[in-house]
Structure formats: structure tokens, C-alpha cells
Design a protein around this ligand. Structure first.
Ligand code: ACO
Length: 357
């Protein structure tokens, strides 16, 4: 018996910020962002909404899709790099907000690869018999990372008030990474019910800790005493630091490499894959993956134009949309692939079960 996905759901915030909106608060253009990243717009929650709220919404939608009650879930795995609080993680909040029993709830911190790692953990729990029904959810609210003042937020969301020159300069200083991200969540419900050759057929997960600083947030962290200081915040240690070129080169090479490794381990070939659900960090990275595989965007699709990079949310959101659009149906062979901070990366192969007669 293998692990099969029996329900999916997503949570997408209402506040839409286009590239044009961003150009009202920093020196950027729709043309620059579109050609370098493929992002056209991204979504943001209102302040006060946490990744646990988006996660709970996505989980409840996925449970409804599966025709299951929260009380039937045996294991919950949440993945986020933007938790509501420094500690504890969001899994307990999601367990309580969705009305699950006092089951084991895990917090995964693998950033862009968080959902993939969660899927693998769910498969381990299901195939070992330790759970019968598992839920995996990836959720992010990146708005809290953004170095924008209240006036900048007001203007980017459509307000007519101008912002100060200092705000404009600060937003421009951080433009290389801030234009990439958006908020969103996606969830999957899995059960151990797949027939031979169906469901999760294999995965290949990796970590290269030498690349820890490709993208990271140096503060606030507990090797400092106290772990948060006004001086640290003044020095922007709480904002992400990113080596964009380094990330780009690694992601383009390592996602296809992991996919080839898991294909070899499952006795399948690249030609067998119907669709690659790859982490949505940048459409140019996806272009590189397509080139490596010698395929087009129908095989390595992208929805980054609508959401930007939602970190742990990208895989389940894209998979849900492909399922809704009928691009993933009975028998479809899917390759999930991700690369991100850590540096954690990997791939998994999944065969959608044949539709019930
Ligand atoms: N608008 C306008 N100009 C900009 C912007 C912006 N938003 N951001 C940077 N620029 C400018 C730079 O200041 C620079 O100007 P200069 O030549 O006058 O100095 C110029 O554009 C070129 O900057 P580069 O950094 O060389 O641009 P590049 O072509 O490398 O693109 C980018 C940068 C888009 C970040 C690219 O490196 C990238 O996508 N890397 C991957 C990063 C990523 O995906 N991170 C996501 C998180 S990690 C993950 O999910 C895998």
C-alpha cells in the first residue's frame, strides 16, 4: 500500500499587489520584475493574520475535498519559515484551529523545500502504519519580512498618500529580494490506500549545509544574548540576506539532479513524467529546469505570475491548481522538486491513482 493524495486545498489572501503597485514605493518597473522573475502580482494577508490562519483555511478546504473530518486525521505536518511566533511553531495552532484531536503535530523548517520534506515524512508515517490519515500543509505570510513602513504598505495597497524619500530609498535598497515573495498556503490530505505502482513511489531529499548563507535571516537568533536587540533590528539582521545569483545557479542544477536520482531509484525515466511540480521561486529558474530536461512549460508549469514565491506554499498551491484544471488526473505521473534555504532540496515521484469506476 502506498501513500495517496485524497484531497487538496489552498488559501490565497485577498490583497493583490501588482508590479506596478510596487513601482509606487520603490525604484522598480513591471518590465524589470517580469523579465527577471516572471512575477506579475503577489498576495498579502492583513496584519494580524498569521501563517497558522492561512494553513488552517487550506487544511479545512483539503479535508472537505477529501470528504474527511478533522477528527479523522492521525498526523499533522506543518511547514513554514514565517511562523506566528518565534516559538512554538504553528502546528499546535493549526491543530486547534481545525478541530483536530490531540494527535502528533510536527513543525518542519525546511523553507522552500518544507512541503517536500513534509510529504516524505507523511509517507514514512503512513507506510509504517503509524498513521492512517496525514495532512501536510505549507503556509507563509512574508509580509512581516518586508522592510516597508506603514505609509509604504498603505500606498502599495492603493492609498493615495505619498511616502517619504527615506522610505522610497529603503524600499529600493531591498528591492532585489522583496519583489519576489507573496503570502499563501496549500494543503494535502494523504491516506495509505494506493495500489501497486500508484501514490508516492519514491523521494530523494538532500541538504548542503555549506550553502547555508545563500539565503538566510541572520537575526533574531539564540546564539545572541539577548536574542533580539534594538541595535540588531536597526542593522536589519531580521531581514533576509540573499545571494540571488548563487541561488539561481544551485536551483537550476540541483532540482533536475534530484529528479534524476529519484527517477533512477524508481526505475522510471524522464519521458515517463507527465508534469513537474517545481518550487516557484523564479520563472527563469524554471526556464533553466525546462532547458535541462529539454521540455516546455506544459511539462514544467508555472503560476509564479499570480502569487510570487510563497516558499513552503508553492508546491501544494500549484498541484491543487493543476488538479482543478484537469492537468493531473488518474494515472498522471508527477515529479515534485524543490530547492531553497538551508540549503535543502530534493524531488519525489507520485502517480495519481486511477479514478474509481
Ligand atoms: N527592480 C529594478 N532593478 C532591480 C531590482 C528590482 N526589483 N532588483 C535589483 N535590481 C537592479 C540591481 O540593483 C542591479 O542594478 P545595477 O546593475 O545598477 O547594480 C541590476 O538590477 C541587476 O541586478 P542583479 O542582482 O544582477 O540581477 P539578476 O539578473 O541577477 O536578478 C534576481 C536578480 C532576480 C534576484 C535573480 O538573481 C534571482 O532570481 N535569483 C534567485 C533568487 C530567488 O529565487 N530567491 C528566492 C528565495 S530562495 C528560493 O526560493 C530558491
Amino acid at each position: 500500500m502506498s501513500s495517496i493524495i485524497v484531497g487538496t486545498g489552498i488559501a490565497i489572501p485577498d490583497n493583490v499587489v501588482s508590479n506596478h503597485d510596487l513601482s509606487r514605493i520603490m525604484d522598480t518597473t513591471d518590465e524589470w520584475i517580469t523579465t527577471r522573475t516572471g512575477v506579475k502580482e503577489r498576495r498579502f494577508v492583513d496584519p494580524g493574520t498569521g501563517s497558522s490562519d492561512l494553513a488552517a483555511e487550506a487544511v479545512l478546504a483539503a479535508l472537505e475535498d477529501a470528504g474527511l473530518e478533522a477528527g479523522e486525521v492521525d498526523a499533522l505536518i506543518t511547514a513554514t519559515m514565517t511562523p506566528d511566533y518565534v516559538a512554538p511553531g504553528i502546528s499546535g495552532l493549526v491543530q486547534a484551529k481545525t478541530g483536530m484531536r490531540h494527535i502528533a503535530a510536527y513543525d518542519i523548517r525546511q523553507q522552500c523545500s518544507g512541503f517536500l520534506y513534509g510529504l516524505d515524512l507523511a509517507d514514512a508515517l503512513l507506510s509504517s502504519g503509524r498513521a492512517k490519515t496525514a495532512v501536510v500543509v505549507g503556509a507563509e505570510v512574508h509580509g512581516g519580512f518586508l522592510p516597508w513602513s506603514a505609509a509604504s504598505w498603505n500606498r502599495v495597497l492603493g492609498g493615495s498618500e505619498d511616502i517619504s524619500e527615506e522610505d522610497f530609498a529603503r524600499n529600493t535598497e531591498h528591492r532585489a529580494w522583496s519583489v519576489l515573495f507573496g503570502d499563501g498556503a496549500g494543503a494535502m490530505v494523504l491516506t495509505a490506500g494506493g495500489a501497486e505502482g500508484e501514490g508516492l513511489l519514491g523521494s530523494s531529499l538532500h541538504t548542503d549545509g555549506e550553502e547555508f548563507e545563500l539565503i538566510w535571516v541572520p537575526g533574531v537568533g539564540f546564539k545572541d544574548r539577548p536574542y533580539v536587540t534594538a541595535a540588531g533590528v536597526e542593522a536589519d539582521v531580521h531581514l533576509p540576506q540573499m545571494d540571488g545569483g548563487g541561488l539561481f545557479r544551485k536551483a537550476v542544477r540541483l532540482m533536475p539532479e534530484a529528479a534524476q536520482t529519484v527517477l533512477a531509484s524508481t526505475g522510471l525515466e524522464l519521458n515517463d513524467i507527465d508534469v513537474v511540480v517545481a518550487h516557484q521561486a523564479n520563472d527563469r529558474i524554471l526556464e533553466g529546469v525546462r532547458r535541462q530536461f529539454g521540455v516546455g512549460s506544459e511539462k514544467v508549469p508555472s503560476n509564479i505570475g499570480s502569487y510570487g514565491n510563497t516558499t513552503a506554499g508553492t508546491l501544494p498551491i500549484l498541484y491543487h491548481e493543476l488538479r482543478q484544471a484537469g492537468r493531473v488526473t488518474g494515472g498522471t505521473l508527477v515529479c515534485f522538486a524543490a530547492f531553497g534555504a538551508g540549503a535543502h532540496y530534493g524531488a519525489a515521484i507520485y502517480r495519481e491513482p486511477a479514478a474509481a469506476e
